[in-house]
Design a protein around this ligand. Structure first.
Ligand code: ATP
Ligand code: MG
Length: 158
């Protein structure tokens, strides 16, 4: 269905804001514009829940999580950036694989199955978007994905 993404994203962040500890700061750098995208809200919520839960799970005390939405020519670029322990260069491309968990010892105590990002990737691709990660060990991780914008020129018939 047609969804205005900025308002939708705010609602999702609001839900985390109510539950997150004071030790983590959530910062929104969302565009103030209105951007319509075609999406399945439940599935996109699953994508964002996975990404945001990871950011919280792997954030240190005092860490900030930044949410951004930037407009590109034909799509929105959505990103969630944390200041957690990061993922090493040789492992970062693997985190979207099923059951993959970087640093077994470290992540075992944090719990999880290693499916969250594999599902997120499947769902983003089902929305004709792309998802990837940028990370620096010790500095933090950013998960980014795109969502095609609805053609704003075409007259809306729905
Ligand atoms: P699940 O999501 O199924 O509960 P999980 O969080 O371990 O388990 P994914 O969300 O698929 O699984 O993430 C895969 C692995 O990628 C994680 O185990 C972790 O090693 C690494 N990872 C994901 N997000 C981050 C992040 N924000 N910072 C550091 N490492 C991350
Ligand atoms: Mg996860």
């Amino acid at each position: 269905e047609k969804v205005e993404f900025i308002a939708y994203f705010h609602q999702i962040i609001d839900r985390f804001e109510m539950n997150v500890t004071e030790k983590i700061t959530l910062k929104r750098e969302l565009s103030s514009g209105k951007y319509n995208v075609w999406l399945d809200p439940d599935k996109m919520t699953q994508v964002l829940d996975n990404i945001i839960s990871n950011a919280i799970k792997y954030s240190p005390n005092g860490g900030t999580i930044r949410f951004k939405v930037e407009r590109e020519k034909y799509s929105l670029l959505v990103s969630v950036q944390d200041e957690g322990l990061g993922i090493s260069y040789d492992k970062v491309h693997k985190i979207f694989e099923r059951f993959y968990r970087a640093d077994k010892a470290r992540t075992r105590k944090l719990g999880g199955t290693g499916l969250g990002l594999a599902i997120a990737k499947e769902l983003v691709e089902a929305h004709h978007g792309k998802i990837w990660a940028e990370s620096k060990e010790g500095k933090g991780t950013t998960i980014l994905f795109t969502l095609p914008l609805m053609n704003q020129k075409r007259r809306d018939t729905t």
